[in-house]
Structure formats: C-alpha cells, structure tokens
Design a protein around this ligand. Structure first.
Ligand code: SF4
Length: 236
C-alpha cells in the first residue's frame, strides 16, 4: 500500500473509532414493526422529517396493516393519510404501487435483495440499503442520505458527489460488518451535530481528523464523544 493510501486509511480508522465511541448504538429514527412498514416509512420520509413521518404512520398502518390492504386502497384515501409529509400524491402512488408489487410478485414479503428492491416503485439504492439493514440486518451497502453524504465529504472520507460513488468509497474503508452501523452513525452525526448550516465543530469528537473543521476543539475528544452520546435521542 502506498504511503498516501495508508495515511488515508489511518485517518478513516481514527474517524470511525471516534464516531462509534460517540454513537455506539446507531439506529433508525423511523418507527416500524416490520420490513414492509420500514419501506413505506422510508418512502414517505423523502423531503420530510422522520418525526413528521412517525406522526402519520400509526394511522396509516392501523387502516392498512399489510401490503395487500395498502395496495388495494384508493389513491385519494391514501393521499389524505400521508398529506402532511409533502409530495403526497407521488408518495401515495408509490407506496400503493410498491405494496401491490410486494403482494403480487413477492407473496406479501419485502424482498431481501437489493436488485429486487430497486424494482419497486419509489425505491432507489438508499431506501433499499436502509430496508435491508433495518428490516433484515443485511449489510448490502452503506446508507448514504443527505446527512451521510455531507458528513463523509466534510470529513474528507470521499471527494465524490454522487451517493453511489460515495458509498463505494466508504465501503473500501471499513469492514462489511460495520457497513450498517457506519451509515446510520453518519446520518445521526449529520442530523444532530454536523448540521448543514451550523456544524458544531468545537464540540465535535471528530474535530482533529476532520478536513473541514471550522473551529478549535474544546476539551478531549472523549469528553466530546460523551456529550454527543447524551445529545442523540435513544432508540424508542
Ligand atoms: S469537525 Fe465540524 S465539519 Fe468536521 S465532522 Fe465535526 S462538526 Fe462536521
């Protein structure tokens, strides 16, 4: 391994060690009881917040408890149920069509491969990775959403812009057994600390190895990791 590559890998190792110390139990903040519910919640979360989706899904799943029921539901009824998540016409269409396909082609079971998942309406690679990770514990790749993308770029873990290329870059820097955890941890770090508008660099445990830090660190990185652990809401 050339010296430069080795240095990059060592930096990444340091970043991931600190990230997992601050976020030892990375989790999905959407509420769900099974892979299908996670799929539907994830489609609804586009351009919305997990909090807003969690307000909507209890009623949606009470009215339509399985893929067959939602797949057969009327468009207008589903639109009304998901309206507050935004882009509700397209989302209602996508969750009905995905549920219909899951019923007709997959016997009401969400498929377990990324190739089959991305065939479902409204499902791209990010959603497929998240559903496989949270629904089945399958590490098909690394979930790269807008937060994970921004944090990976700021940390200097990638120079890419395209989420699939960012994912490939990260997959080369961390063992497969940590793929699920690292994606979820980057999302939480971006949501609560390394925010788009005002990253909290002074209190960030990743400050020293970060290529984009905007201020000097306070205290030790372990103290900052302790604070971040307190900041991130626990899994419900
Ligand atoms: S030091 Fe700042 S830019 Fe770097 S990861 Fe932390 S909060 Fe984000």
């Amino acid at each position: 391994m050339r010296r430069k590559e080795k240095a990059v890998r060592n930096d990444a190792k340091e970043v991931f060690a600190r990230l997992f110390s601050a976020i030892p139990d990375p989790h999905i903040e959407l509420d769900y009881a099974d892979p299908w519910q996670l799929l539907i919640a994830t489609i609804l979360s586009a351009q919305s917040t997990d909090k807003r989706v969690n307000e909507v899904t209890p009623q949606l799943f009470a009215r339509h408890p399985d893929p067959r029921s939602l797949g057969e539901a009327k468009q207008e009824e589903v639109e009304a149920l998901v309206k507050s998540t935004g882009f509700f016409r397209n989302k209602a269409k996508a969750i009905r069509a995905a549920s219909k396909m899951i019923t007709e082609r997959f016997g009401q079971e969400v498929p377990k491969t990324i190739e089959e998942l991305v065939e479902l309406p409204g499902v791209a690679r990010k959603t497929a990775n998240l559903v496989l990770a949270g629904g089945y514990g399958i590490a098909s790749g690394i979930v790269i959403d807008t937060h994970a993308r921004r944090v990976a770029q700021r940390l200097g873990l990638t120079k890419e812009e395209d989420p699939e290329k960012i994912e490939a870059d990260l997959m080369g820097q961390i063992d497969r057994q940590d793929w699920i955890a690292v994606g979820l941890a980057l999302i939480l770090h971006g949501r609560y600390l390394c925010t788009a508008r005002a990253p909290s660099c002074a209190t960030c445990p990743l400050n020293e190895p970060c290529k984009s830090r905007e201020s000097r660190p306070e205290g030790t990185w372990k103290q900052r990791a302790d604070k971040e652990r307190e900041l991130i809401p626990k899994k419900r």
